[in-house]
Design a protein around this ligand. Structure first.
Ligand code: NDP
Length: 439
């Protein structure tokens, strides 16, 4: 495949999947005969649009908007919207591609999509965020629908942004549809959606450890990120008796040997939206390493001693030398809350050392699975209790682990959940595509 610098992450994601598929393709000629790979790497549709808005000083600003509708073999396109200055067509394409396999692994009827903008919400007032979200939806609304394409949140898009976009969708269409997930609880949201990706990622780690007769109880854990996924990963780790000692954000890494103060973390990140550095004002014993003091070839967070690690911030945030440091410190379990947080070299090291490694497309699928539960509650106009949704989430994560693990065993590499996840996800989508003909 010809490479293009603008699509680096997309090629990285495709290469990983294609490498895993080699043993399957060697024994299943129907996939090559039907040109499934060529069809699967080409999105069904990509939409790019202008997002004009006016800042608080009255200046006109222009951002780029994206929605990629990658594959609908298993159901309506489903995947989040990311607002971050690093967003470009290649990033959205990699995220959309990963989403196809992740959604297939949940066993639910959801296809793969993704979207976002290079808009930077940092430092913007509520009014600016609202005007941006309204402008974004003014184009997006014509492409989405409750049975066609249902976006959710991702980096920079939480309940506030989903609220502003839903309001604008309703105003433009006059419809009260379940067209977005991650909605507020007062207007169609599902209990546990906010917690689902983080909780699911911890359940996945627990499943990996239990399959080897161990558990998370008493384990020291490293977590990166300080957003939606990281916060609820930390919450569930505490609930299962583990001790999370780190969090990170775009300014640096926080280490608290006594265990991260979760209430303070939520206050700093969910309410005040400030740097993790402020944590030290209350806890003088904690350490903060600013990003300019990170090791040249990696990240401070992965250099602490721990039993398990949960990368929950962003792509390629765990490098080869970070992976070596984790292994040298005897870390035996990695469960990815973020999408593609480990570089290919780091993944190679995890696989070579046969540690418990849960790739993002399996370990962080709890969020999208719970989004599907939100869609089904909206469609039936019913609301499930917190306990009902959480127990369903736990079951789904258990099933995803089983699917990956059984498939890895079927192909003679029982510890390799990357291979298991890619083959299990691919088979479900590919078989559906063949049955639906050349479309
Ligand atoms: P949030 O925006 O809530 O949090 C992201 C966190 O990561 C923030 O603490 C942010 O720092 C930090 N961060 C983001 N980009 C960078 C960067 N380039 N360098 C350093 N730190 C960075 O996002 P989410 O928690 O929702 O998403 C985190 C990851 O999980 C992403 O990979 C996302 O795709 C994935 N994911 C999310 C799902 C969800 O349900 N939300 C579902 C499945 C996967 P700061 O606070 O300074 O902005």
């Amino acid at each position: 495949m010809a490479s293009s610098p603008a699509q680096t992450e997309f090629y990285q994601a495709v290469e990983e999947v294609l490498e895993s598929l080699e043993p399957l393709l060697a024994q299943s000629p129907q996939y090559q005969k039907n040109h499934i790979i060529e069809r699967m790497v080409e999105p069904e549709r990509q939409i790019m649009f202008r997002v004009p808005w006016v800042d608080d000083q009255g200046e006109v600003r222009i951002n780029k908007g994206y929605r990629i509708e990658f594959n609908s073999a298993l159901g309506p396109y489903k995947g989040g919207l990311r607002f971050h200055p690093s967003v470009n067509a290649g990033i959205i394409k990699f995220l959309g591609f990963e989403q196809i396999f992740k959604n297939a692994l949940t066993g639910l009827q959801i296809g793969g999509g993704k979207g976002g903008s290079n808009f930077d919400p940092k430092g913007r007032s509520d009014q600016e965020i609202m005007r941006f979200c309204q402008s974004f939806m003014t184009e997006l609304y014509r492409h989405i629908g409750p049975t066609t394409d249902v976006p959710a949140g991702d980096i920079g898009v939480g309940a506030r942004e989903i609220g502003y976009m839903f309001g604008q969708y309703k105003r433009l269409t006059g419809r009260y549809d379940g067209v977005l997930t991650g909605k507020g609880l007062l207007w169609g949201g599902s209990l546990v959606r906010k917690e689902a990706t983080g909780y699911g990622c911890v359940y996945f780690a627990q499943n990996m450890l239990e399959s080897a007769g161990s558990s998370l109880a008493g384990k020291t854990c490293l977590v990166s990120g300080a957003g939606n996924v990281a916060i609820y990963t930390i919450e569930k780790l505490y609930q299962l008796g583990a001790k999370p000692v780190t969090a990170t954000d775009s300014s640096g890494t926080l280490f608290d040997a006594k265990g991260i103060d979760l209430a303070l973390l939520k206050e700093l990140k969910e309410l005040k939206r400030v740097s993790l550095q402020h944590y030290l004002e209350k806890h003088h014993h904690a350490e903060f390493t600013p990003i300019n003091e990170y090791p040249e070839d990696g990240h401070a967070v992965w250099r602490y001693q721990a039993d398990a690690a949960f990368p929950c911030a962003t792509q390629n945030e765990l490098t080869e030398s970070d992976a070596k440091a984790l292994i040298a410190n005897n870390c035996r379990c990695i469960s990815e809350g973020a999408n593609m947080p480990s570089t290919p070299e780091a993944v190679e090291i995890f696989l070579e050392n046969k540690i418990h490694y849960g790739p993002g497309k399996a370990a962080n699928a709890g969020g999208v699975a719970t989004s599907q539960l939100e869609m089904s509650q909206n469609a039936s106009m019913q609301q499930l209790s917190f306990e009902q949704v959480e127990s369903r989430l736990k079951e789904i994560m258990h099933d995803i682990h089983q699917r990956c693990s059984k498939t890895a065993t079927e192909f003679g590499q029982p510890h390799n959940l990357v291979l298991g996840a890619n083959i299990a996800g691919f088979r479900r989508v590919a078989d559906a595509m063949i049955e639906q003909g050349v479309v």
